[in-house]
Design a protein around this ligand. Structure first.
Ligand SMILES: [Fe+2]
Ligand SMILES: [Fe+2]
Length: 417
């Protein structure tokens, strides 16, 4: 009997299912919760904590839309409102659309296949919905364990949806994960997450998630587990263990302390005895091209700074396979001069940079390891590079402020979702 591991990566879930990689569709919200003056505004519609406000005493007064946390969203114009004449109804329809795709909502009641199909057809680029579609494909591949190699979230929010999507493996203690740069590092542009994350809130959210799925983090950020039925030892490494760099901000490093942790684990008899020794980390250890005949893309602000010393320790302790994500490229290779195999997983939700559909690795472990690429029947999304200092988007920075809650008093404009 073989033991099957599904290796997926880069889920990029978020509060509403929008991602930095698909920048034009970032859901705009005000920076701070709005504090509406209820002398001027009246509640015209309210459901599940969402409110549509209308200016009192004015037949054609302004409309405002507030989410359950009190942040203001732009209201749809007549042209973008699907032909609905009443502006309150248009705003309420938008609230329902967003609420149905919220990570927390989807996690609370994971939609059945038919409902998920309907939601997906209406918003096929939504990463939260894409994750649920992909999780169904993983379930079909019947893995004994699911391994996720970072960028589980787009900006540190939506962890509960990852747990819900892989609940089956979480409950059995067979869901394993490491964090990625999106989970722990900060971006210069605004996503839809509110309040804006900090390094501390992001790290706390990752640690809490790791605890809930049963991982005991070593002070260096690493963890390790034995899976006896798979004759398998797993080591998770945090490739964002050091504070974020001021330049090349999304470069990672495993760090000397964590490599020492790996060396120590490597000396343990039960680790040595395991036939399969898998290391999980987010950043890539060798540059990856986006397909045959294509050059490996620039690694500025993306690379693993200590890849060489990490690879040395991998071989020193007899690692059989290294599983990573980050580049959104699907590839299996055995790098020259090393003894381990590399599995690079693309984004399970957005797809592969080659243009190939989203996929994951189904790795069968018995005497040997055999892997097959399993595609998810969802089209890839054309992806932006990770946003860097030089690509701060004015589109997203023009976030909305209203009702005295923001730093600026700019009005809520029409939306351009
Ligand atoms: Fe990613
Ligand atoms: Fe990444």
């Amino acid at each position: 009997m073989s033991f099957v591991v599904a290796h997926a990566s880069d889920l990029h879930v978020s509060e509403f299912g929008d991602t930095f990689h698909d920048r034009l569709r970032v859901v705009k919200r005000s920076t701070n919760p709005a504090n509406p003056d209820l002398v001027r505004w009246e509640v015209a519609w309210e459901e599940a904590g969402w409110r549509v406000l209308h200016e009192r005493g004015k037949r054609r007064g302004r409309i405002a839309l507030l989410d359950p946390d009190g942040y203001a969203h732009p209201t749809p114009s007549l042209g973008k409102g699907g032909g609905v004449i009443d502006p309150v109804e248009r705003a309420a329809a938008k609230a329902c659309r967003l609420e149905a795709r919220r990570a927390a909502t989807l996690a609370r009641h994971v939609p059945r296949p038919a409902a998920l199909r309907t939601l997906f057809e209406a918003s096929p680029r939504n990463s939260n919905l894409r994750l649920l579609r992909a999780a169904a494909a993983i379930e079909e591949a019947a893995p004994d364990a699911v391994v996720l190699t970072g960028d589980l979230t787009d900006d540190g929010a939506g962890w509960e949806l990852v747990e819900a999507a892989f609940a089956k493996w979480k409950e059995k203690g067979r869901l394993f994960a490491v964090p990625g740069n999106h989970d722990l590092y900060l971006f210069p542009m605004r996503g839809s997450g509110r309040p804006r994350p900090t390094h501390a809130t992001k790290r706390d959210a990752w640690r809490a998630f790791a605890g809930r799925i049963g991982l005991e983090l070593h002070p260096t950020g690493g963890w390790w587990k034995l899976v006896p039925e798979g004759d398998l030892a797993l080591v998770g490494l945090d490739s964002c263990a050091r504070p974020q760099r001021r330049f090349y901000r999304h470069n990672g490093a495993v760090g000397q302390e964590q490599l020492e942790f790996l060396r120590e684990v490597g000396k343990r008899p039960e680790f040595k005895a395991a036939r399969h020794k898998l290391v999980l980390l987010h950043h890539h250890v060798v540059p990856l091209p986006h397909g045959i005949g294509r050059r490996a893309p620039s690694e500025i602000g993306m690379r693993l700074d200590d890849a060489r010393s990490a690879a040395e320790v991998f071989d020193e302790v007899g690692v059989t396979a290294v599983l990573h994500g980050h580049r959104h490229v699907s590839e299996q290779r055995q790098p020259a001069g090393t003894n381990f195999t590399i599995f690079a997983s693309p984004s399970l939700t957005l797809g592969c940079r080659s243009g190939d559909d989203p996929s994951f690795w189904r790795i069968e472990l018995d005497k040997n390891a055999h892997a097959s690429r399993v595609r998810v029947a969802v089209e890839a999304i054309e992806q932006d590079e990770d946003p860097t200092e030089s690509t701060v988007s004015s589109v997203v920075e023009s976030a909305v402020e209203l009702l005295g809650g923001g730093e600026s008093s700019a009005d809520l404009g029409d939306e351009d979702e």
